[in-house]
Design a protein around this ligand. Structure first.
Ligand code: NAI
Length: 695
């Protein structure tokens, strides 16, 4: 972590060196400030170039310092930028690869900026719930204009350097393939004697109709920002470039930055950002664990899941063969895949050529011989141990040595499945979510004997097929569905006690879930849960659960696929219409159970559903099924529509305070079916210690 200093003729070249993205951590900032001061003092130096070592200029703040006091230790980013801006000699930022966040803010403090084409230029702070905090909102619009600046800051989306070549951001964009340092040194030598030194802060933002533009921006952003305050704060900061002198604008920006950093929404986004990175790390599987090569894949079963899983491989350029038992099922599965691609083309999200290219990577077969050479096979046949046994014995007999044998089972014991083979070290669970070609979550289930290299390969594969991989131990339902069962159990109890599906859904959707439990069940199929409850009734005869969903299923109301579920549906319309018949059935069931129905407040609904997730999540954490609380949050954020601005169930519980959560749970334990509310020991312990799940 340093900034190298080399003098070429009369030009000092300072190279930021902090791999992988030259994050502006304390050590790098210190070295950069010292190098600038050295250049100032060196009489032989007439101009300075700042560039980045390796493939990038700078990705911005060093995320490793995010929650540490180091970020505020001198020299801060502000001090570094001020040092560059106030230097008595011209400073040229020489940009390539990536110039984002604090990296772009630093370059805006330099007197000149030159770049190679293809560099990503952006201020992504809004994506973690912040506004840029080191002058980005004040300086960027001064060089790229109000509208372009607004767009870049509010969306956080980077723009390629060549697209900004005509703006005042760049004094020169070199040809592709140019030697950045040599060209920049030449440029710097050429402007070395020019005075006064140009400063972005001295420019004015010109716009023919700034007020109207800002009003429209405010309205548009308000309508789309949802629960997040940062996008609107970005608009206000950019607006300040029009109405305020820069010193005031910088203070305005700083105040917004500091206030936003304290919001639960920004904390949630930062939590999710780190959670996603943490999820790919497994303590006893170091980053240098060897992985197996995956060049060809196979999928067994061309049903709902198998087709979507195969598409993931094709989308990543990996050829995949799908195996079925019957030609008819195979044809149907392949036709569904083709239709999915056609729909994507129709929506304009994929070109016809690309779709054909991907389809060409997918083949069907009825013979195990055709998949024997695949590097990985994923089984997605019926959720039945007998069927899984047949398939895994067959795979064991036919697959080449070293092939990874994966199961997409959502509830069955992976260790038993591994036991059907002579190579349990090669067996792993890869639990995709429906629709498998769309949903981001992939639960990676580590069996008792799963090899470390197999786990490392699965983690690498999840990135390659653009999934968020989260490791789970073996238990019924793994992380996500095991928690969901408790959530649904409460949803059903609420019906008996006095709520109706539409009230429950509305309450939890207002909390921020993308879909309430009843609309979700109608989409996924109510028969799925029915099957699980029947199994539970045999395995755990004492377990209490509401009979209401069984009564619904006995009427054949399986959800959207049967045109009726918790709600009524009209043909070709996915809108859920409250169902009089279902509501009458619920009220009748309360009477049959001798329950006096009561008006249930929305906040009780939310607490019972969310704390059911939290309590089960605490057990999962304590048992080591999940490696960390943030993994559980990742599962719920990426697979179950938990509101992002709350950061997942475990972070939400931390935000509320575990003592308060525990109190509520103890209260519910006094109510009807209180046995469902035994507090998880870990929750009780952490609450007693005044701690949270995330520390
Ligand atoms: P599905 O019933 O849509 O498809 C299963 C397919 O497997 C059928 O096409 C069937 O012909 C084929 N099949 C059955 N036995 C076979 C055999 N011996 N050899 C080759 N093919 C065979 O089922 P779905 O929904 O795709 O589920 C598959 C697996 O994925 C199950 O283990 C399920 O628990 C799991 N899963 C399902 C999710 C869902 O939302 N549907 C979500 C996550 C996991």
């Amino acid at each position: 972590m340093s900034a190298d200093y080399v003098v070429h003729g009369s030009v000092a070249v300072i190279t930021l060196n902090n791999p992988p993205v030259n994050g502006l951590g304390l050590a790098t900032r210190t070295a950069a400030v010292e190098a600038l001061q050295r250049a100032e003092a060196d009489e032989a130096v007439k101009a300075v170039v700042i560039t980045g070592g390796g493939k990038v200029f700078s990705g911005g703040a060093d995320i490793r310092e995010f929650n540490s006091p180091k970020a505020l230790t001198e020299p801060t980013l502000h001090t570094l930028i001020a040092t560059a801006e106030n230097l008595g000699k011209p400073v040229v930022a020489a940009i390539h690869g990536v110039c984002m966040g604090g990296g772009l803010e630093l370059s805006l403090g330099c007197h000149y900026r030159v770049a190679l084409p293809g560099a990503q230029i952006g201020l992504p702070e809004v994506k973690i719930g912040l506004v840029p905090g080191a002058g980005g909102t004040q300086r960027l619009p001064r060089v790229v204009g109000l509208e372009q600046g607004m767009n870049m800051i509010v969306t956080g989306t980077p723009v390629l350097s060549e697209k900004l070549a005509a703006t005042k951001l760049f004094d020169r964009v070199f040809d592709a393939g140019a030697d950045l340092v040599a060209s920049s040194v030449e440029f710097a030598a050429g402007i070395a004697d020019l005075r006064p030194l140009p400063k972005v802060r001295e420019l004015k933002v010109e716009h023919p109709n700034a007020e109207a533009f800002l009003a429209t921006a405010r309205e548009t952003v308000k309508a789309s920002a949802g629960a997040f305050p940062a996008p609107l704060a970005c608009v206000e900061c950019v607006g300040a470039t029009v109405g305020m002198p820069i010193a005031e604008g910088l203070k305005f920006e700083r105040d917004r930055f500091l206030a936003l950093a304290q919001t639960t929404e920004s904390k949630a986004l930062r939590h999710a950002f780190f959670a996603e990175r943490a999820a790919s790390k497994v303590p006893d599987v170091p980053a240098d664990t060897p992985t197996r090569t995956i060049q060809a894949a196979a999928v067994v079963g061309a049903g709902t899941m198998g087709g979507g899983i195969a598409m993931n491989f094709a989308n990543a350029g990996i050829p995949v063969t799908i195996l079925e038992t019957k030609q008819e099922a195979l044809d149907k599965g392949l036709a569904t895949i083709r239709k999915n691609y056609e729909n994507t083309v129709k929506k304009g999200k994929l070109t016809q050529d690309k779709a054909e290219e991907r389809l060409a990577l997918i083949r069907g077969t009825l013979s195990y011989g055709d998949i024997a050479q695949a590097d990985i096979v994923i089984e997605a046949v019926f959720e039945d141990m007998g069927v899984k046994e047949t398939v895994f014995r067959q795979l064991d007999a036919t697959m080449k040595p070293g092939a990874i044998l994966a199961s997409n089972t959502s509830t069955l014991d992976l260790d038993r499945i591994a036991g059907f083979t002579s190579r349990p070290q090669d067996v792993i669970g890869l639990h995709f979510f429906s629709p498998a070609n769309v949903m981001k979550l992939l639960e990676i289930v580590r069996g008792a004997q799963t090899g470390k290299d197999v786990l490392a390969t699965a983690l690498a594969l999840s990135k390659k097929i653009r999934k968020t991989g989260v490791v789970s131990g073996v238990c019924d339902g793994f992380i996500g569905n095991r928690m969901l069962e408790q959530y649904l159990r409460q949803a059903f109890f609420l019906l008996e006690e006095g709520a109706l599906p539409q009230q429950v859904d509305k309450a939890i959707e207002q909390f921020g879930f993308s879909m309430g439990p009843f609309r979700m069940s109608d989409l996924a199929g109510n028969d799925v849960g029915w099957y699980v409850r029947k199994r539970r009734a045999v395995e755990s005869p004492g377990l209490v659960y509401s009979k209401v969903p069984d009564l619904l299923c006995e009427q054949g109301r399986f959800g959207q696929k049967t045109g009726a579920g918790w709600y009524d549906y009209k043909a070709g319309d996915r809108t859920a219409y409250p169902s009089q018949a279902v509501n009458d059935m619920i009220v009748a069931q309360s009477a049959a159970e001798g329950i006096g129905r009561r008006a249930i407040p929305d906040d009780e609904i939310v607490q019972r559903l969310v704390y059911a997730l939290v309590n089960e999540g605490a057990r999962i954490l304590e048992e080591g099924i999940a490696l960390r609380a943030s993994d559980i949050d990742m599962v719920y954020l990426s697979g179950y529509g938990f509101p992002l601005h709350r950061g997942g169930p475990m972070l939400y519980a931390d935000t509320v305070g575990l003592a308060k959560v525990l109190d509520a749970i103890r209260g519910f334990a006094q109510g009807r079916h209180g046995e469902a509310w035994a507090p998880a020991p870990l929750l009780a312990r952490l609450a007693g210690e005044g701690k949270g799940f995330n520390g």
